[in-house]
Write a protein that binds this ligand. Structure first.
Ligand code: IFM
Length: 471
């Protein structure tokens, strides 16, 4: 079966992970620039200062994206390039860079999908309280308006914030990401609320500035998959995907219910109790602005069944079960159950805004980069997605993460997610086997997926795992 006629085939990146040139063009400092200088914060002492040097090599890079046949490219804009101080004086050198990038993409017939904030928060604003300061929502709206005024004649697809869960939790509670803070839970919940408020104000700003904009979101998805298709296990997986049982801000519903329903979920309010954020009367009206598409980033998940007590029971994978290089389980069923559960709850057209794997890729003696695991991973995930569409989930597109190997945050450069291999010393790029393979998938609109001798159940044979559990 082919994918729907207008299905969008893309790949994604973010500014800090590929651009480098962190002091070029009067760019201001970001919290990531600071964290990279903190001893022990990033593996091997790596930094994003040069990354893929995409800032200087974007024409070459876009030619490669064109060679893969991408129809769409999701990238982010570095806020400190546009406002070196976070607000106030606009830096036209920064805007010019994205002007050229967008024009180059359009010349290559690639549709730009723009994320406005993918974690490189202006350091100057962090010094003013950062995401803890309620004014951050207005700062973000000001930045959004400026970017949309400038690019909105050519860019129509916008996502305000990438994976707000990670900003709140990893950046401000666990401290593994910038700014590297370990705040109290009630402060993190206030940040959570401000991120939602910033999202809502950005949606308003985009709509007010550009009449033909298409606005979405890109949170990270934590998906539980049922160990079998028995209705009890399916219900347990749904419950486990949505229920809030931990005192943290990762749960999807804590972010998505305010956006889609205009309220925090009741179980979240119960569990977080006194740590719930302070809201002002009309905040939820701002947060729950209608959006056009529901992007979701899904990489992995966990398996559950209905336990003897009626509650979801976690089922550990069998010994030796496949993991990617970053140690995330290969669980392609997440791209069936995740979209299905989310569609049933929120009924908004969906896009997979990120899905991909890190692999131990290197350049072989023949000069090529062979990555059969990645091909298999994408293939399995796309087949799951196709199954979700067959079962009625409205999915409009898929963005592989990532177009290029890049700076994987606190993991540095050791994790290679790209379709394109990057040698960080020479800055030489090589299309991996998966890039050529993805090219054919795109050209055939997915038809080549079904012609292989794939057995999509062999990796995650539920009967096998159930047997292990009952032993
Ligand atoms: O590299 C990240 C990206 O920035 C956000 N989503 C997950 C990816 C892989 O960890």
């Amino acid at each position: 079966m082919q994918f729907p006629e207008h299905f969008v085939w893309g790949a994604a990146t973010s500014a800090y992970q590929i651009e480098g040139a962190t002091t070029a063009g009067r760019r201001g400092e970001s919290v990531w620039d600071r964290l990279c200088q903190r001893a022990g914060a990033i593996k091997h002492g790596h930094t994003g200062f040069t990354a893929c040097d995409h800032y200087h090599r974007y024409t070459e890079d876009i030619a490669l994206l064109q060679k893969i046949g991408l129809q769409a490219y999701r990238f982010s804009i570095a806020w400190p390039r546009i406002f070196p101080n976070g607000t106030g004086q606009v830096n036209h050198v920064g805007l010019d860079f994205y002007d050229r990038l967008v024009d180059c993409l359009l010349e290559a017939n690639i549709t730009p999908y723009v994320t406005l904030f993918h974690w490189d928060f202006p350091y100057a604003l962090y010094c003013k309280g950062g995401w803890l300061n309620r004014d951050v929502a207005d700062w973000f709206a000001e930045y959004t308006t400026t970017v949309v005024q400038h690019l909105g004649d050519r860019v129509h697809h916008w996502m305000p914030i990438n994976e707000p869960q990670v900003v709140a939790m990893v950046g401000h509670f666990w401290g593994g990401h910038a700014p590297g803070d370990k705040l109290q839970l009630n402060q993190v919940m206030q940040i959570h609320h401000h991120l939602l408020l910033a999202h809502g104000k950005a949606v308003q700003a985009i709509r007010a500035t550009s009449s033909n904009s298409i606005v979405g979101i890109a949170p990270s998805g934590s998906v539980s998959v049922p160990i079998s298709s028995h209705p009890d296990d399916v219900e347990a997986a749904r419950q486990d995907t949505f229920a809030i049982t931990e005192r943290e801000t990762i749960s999807e519903t804590l972010w998505l219910d305010p956006i889609f329903f205009g309220q925090y979920p009741e179980d979240g309010v119960d569990v977080l109790a006194k740590d719930m954020p302070q809201c002002q009367p009309h905040d939820m009206d701002i947060i729950s602005q209608p959006i056009d598409f529901f992007g979701i980033n899904i990489y992995t998940g966990k398996s559950v069944r209905r336990g003897d007590n009626g509650q979801p029971q976690y089922i550990p994978p069998p010994p030796g079960y496949p993991e990617t290089h970053i140690r995330w389980l290969v669980l392609p069923e997440t791209l069936y159950w995740g979209p299905r559960f989310l569609w049933e709850r929120y009924h908004t057209p969906m896009m997979i805004t990120e899905n991909g794997m890190s692999n131990v890729d290197w350049i072989s003696l023949d000069g090529r980069v062979h990555d059969p695991q990645r091909i298999d991973y994408i293939q399995r995930n796309l087949l799951s997605l196709q199954r979700a569409m067959t079962d009625g989930v409205d999915i409009r597109g898929y963005f592989y993460w990532s177009a290029f190997d890049n700076f994987e945050w606190a993991e540095g450069y050791q994790q290679r997610f790209g379709l394109i291999h990057v040698d960080y010393t020479s800055q030489q790029r090589i299309l991996k086997d998966s890039a050529y393979w993805y090219h054919d998938v795109i050209q055939s609109n997915g038809a080549t997926l079904t012609t292989s001798a794939l057995r999509p159940d062999i990796l995650y044979n539920s009967e096998h795992i159930s047997t292990l559990v009952t032993e």
